[in-house]
Design a protein around this ligand. Structure first.
Ligand SMILES: *Cc1c(COP(=O)(O)O)cnc(C)c1O
Length: 383
């Protein structure tokens, strides 16, 4: 199973041995009969610890992010933030330190600032586009992880994963990459030197805006075993139906990402030449400061496009209320196009912090609708 799309459709998903069902059934069950004490039939005893539908999802995730890496493992969670919290607790102890991005998903920042911080793990925001700035933010003997998002949410900055892996490892830290925006179809951080990949599977992996979920994929067997222990001990697991929906979405990840990237290219090019737009942020544009690194580490540039409205914050907010095909909503990565105002919506929790987002910024999750309808909608909303 060498090809990405073949793995997306088949990995972890052999036809059901009992019935031949081609798609893994939703094992909507909490406990499993034992043949005598400790006599487990399929290795399953209780669904927080393991459930067959979740196992299928976890094996598929590992096959997509870590093809051919012996000992790598995928773990599914109830949300992206549940995955992140479990990772922080498993890797850090009170007194430890983390380097985080100066541009990141607002909820990730809130988790570090308001949850991990009071628990005793402090953090330093660093500019991920500069490996020197990341190295300077590390605290010798205390930094356990360097946390990277690339492309970043919502400014679409690009971090050089291989360079940052060297920086993190030189300081004795793990490199964690939130791969939500690119998805494993466009970028595989573990193959570039990262130790753990984080996902909000709510976004491109699920792909249909109908399920909330998260995932970790660890490269190293020992770390994977530790994370699996915490997954069970902390218990933030997804249910069987949510696991099934995510698996169903993953089957079409490749064709969706191709169309997302193609439509985003047309949208970014259109906005780039529009008089009401001051600046477009999409890593596929040759003028984007991270374009060369993106070309090196991504196979295409994805469906997220941000731009600065030339007339400022009020105009940006008003425009978000005028689109008809783009739905005004938080989240991203579904087949339908979404528009939002990060400073007042997804990133409101970062106000007043180093991760505060400019008010003239509009973020688009470009869907897979007919591209002419998307361009016409943006054109009328910008008038
Ligand atoms: C949405 C998102 C998260 C959080 O995931 P949830 O599933 O909402 O908990 C983390 N990182 C990024 C980049 C996201 O977009």
């Amino acid at each position: 199973m060498d090809g990405f799309d073949t793995r997306a459709i088949h990995a972890g998903q052999e036809p059901d041995p009992l019935t031949g069902a081609v798609v893994p059934p939703i094992y909507q069950v909490s406990t499993y009969a034992q043949d005598g004490v400790g006599g487990l039939r399929g290795g399953y005893e209780y669904s927080r610890s393991a459930n067959p539908t979740r196992t299928a999802l976890q094996e598929c995730l590992a096959a997509l992010e870590a093809p051919g890496i012996d000992g790598a493992a995928g773990l599914a969670f109830a949300s992206g933030l549940a995955a992140e919290d479990t990772l922080i607790r498993a890797v850090c102890r009170p007194g430890d330190h983390a380097v985080i991005p100066d541009d990141a998903y607002g909820g990730t920042y809130r988790l570090f600032a308001r949850v991990a911080g009071p628990w005793g793990v402090d953090h330093t925001p660093a500019q991920l586009t500069s490996p020197e700035s990341v190295a300077a933010a590390m605290v010798p003997g205390r930094t356990r992880m360097v946390w990277v998002e690339t492309p970043t949410n919502p400014l679409l900055g690009i971090a050089d994963i291989a360079a940052l892996a060297d920086v993190a490892h030189a300081g004795g830290a793990l490199l964690v990459v939130d791969n939500t925006f690119a998805s494993p179809y466009l970028q595989q951080p573990l193959l570039l030197g990262a130790d753990v990949v984080v996902h909000s599977t709510t976004k491109y992996l699920g792909g249909h805006s109908d399920v909330v979920g998260g995932a970790l994929v660890a490269k190293d067997r020992e770390l994977a075993t530790t994370l699996a222990y915490y997954q069970n001990a902390m218990g933030a697991v997804p249910g069987p139906f949510d696991s099934w929906l995510t698996l169903r979405g993953i089957k079409t990840l490749g064709v969706r990402m191709d169309r997302h990237s193609q439509n985003a290219r047309a949208v970014a090019t259109f906005l780039d030449g529009h008089p009401a737009v001051a600046r477009v942020r999409w890593p596929g544009l040759p003028g984007h400061p991270g374009h060369d690194v993106a070309v090196r580490q991504m196979s295409d540039f994805g469906g997220m496009v941000s731009f600065h409205h030339a007339a400022g914050e009020d105009a940006a907010v008003a425009m978000c209320g005028r689109t008809r095909v783009f739905t005004l909503a938080e989240s991203l990565g579904g087949v339908e196009s979404l528009i939002e105002h990060p400073a007042r919506m997804t990133h409101a929790s970062a106000a007043g912090s180093p991760l505060e987002v400019p008010g003239d910024l509009v973020r688009l999750s470009v869907g897979i609708e007919t591209v002419d309808d998307l361009l016409a909608d943006l054109d009328q909303a910008l008038r």
